[in-house]
Design a protein around this ligand. Sequence first.
Ligand SMILES: Nc1ncnc2c1ncn2[C@@H]1O[C@H](COP(=O)(O)OP(=O)(O)OP(=O)(O)O)[C@@H](O)[C@H]1O
Length: 300
Amino acid sequence: MPSAIEIQAVSKRYGALQALDDVSFRVEAGEFFALLGPNGAGKTTLISAMAGLSRPDSGSISIMGHDVVRDFRAARMSLGVVPQELVFDPFLSVRETLRFQSGYFGLTRNDDWIDELLFKLGLADKANVNLRALSGGMKRRVMVAQALVHRPPVMVLDEPTAGVDVELRQSLWAFVKELNEAGHTIVLTTHYLEEAETLCNRIAMLKRGKLVALESKDKLLQHGKEREVAFKLAAPLPDSLLPSKVREEDGRIVLKLADLSQLEGVLATLREADVRVRELNVVEVDLESVFVNMMHGERG
Ligand SMILES: Nc1ncnc2c1ncn2[C@@H]1O[C@H](COP(=O)(O)OP(=O)(O)OP(=O)(O)O)[C@@H](O)[C@H]1O
């Protein structure tokens, strides 16, 4: 079974700017994979190269074993891309748009699947409405349907929930999750890290065109095992705990622990020194803080 996506030593420059710098990784069939990175990291450039829309200066990409340059059609048939920007013909209806897209893939009798997509994406009653008359969120749903007209095994969503309301985000993710459970490989780029955290099993991070992390979500979270604990104390902090102190805020002393199991020792020290704990708060680590640390170069 070929990898769903295989990226090998891909580099791309725009003039003096190195948009992608020797990027290699694979996404296996059936994965739900997140591609994260700050603005300008190179995510969209990489997605365009996967779709064969822009050509890397060096390296290669294949989709389901099909090289995106040498075997463009087969690679393109295997891939559905939901672009970041809404691109559509405002004078076509939703159904016409989807029929047109089907034609691009050589599919002439595709209405049963189009109807199913419209139903699943909550667009059934908009089938004959022109795109210009749809709200932004509805247009975004049409973009998702458009990416799926040819039933591609691999789907890439480039920040599909940017500017989309909570309800649509949730229904969109429920739908994408369903696709993943049905065997589709999903790659998404998102700035909403909680989305990556709840949905994806593996996460790649790009920073200035370089791959700086590629890990399972669980591993990535383990990197963030350090905890900050904020204490409100009835007396000054014993000297022996001073090395763990990182700051003081709102009358609380914040200690940094390598992991939560150290908390017991801290409490014992406080008890021995007769320092009563008035309040204790563990600052939860989420993917976002791990990510931000990496992006600030602590690890990348
Ligand atoms: N056609 C182009 N010509 C010149 N520079 C470009 C072009 N396309 C992208 N770039 C530059 O390449 C870098 C990577 O851009 P890219 O859009 O891939 O980043 P991104 O990670 O998708 O960012 P965002 O999260 O903002 O979408 C940026 O510095 C961008 O300005």
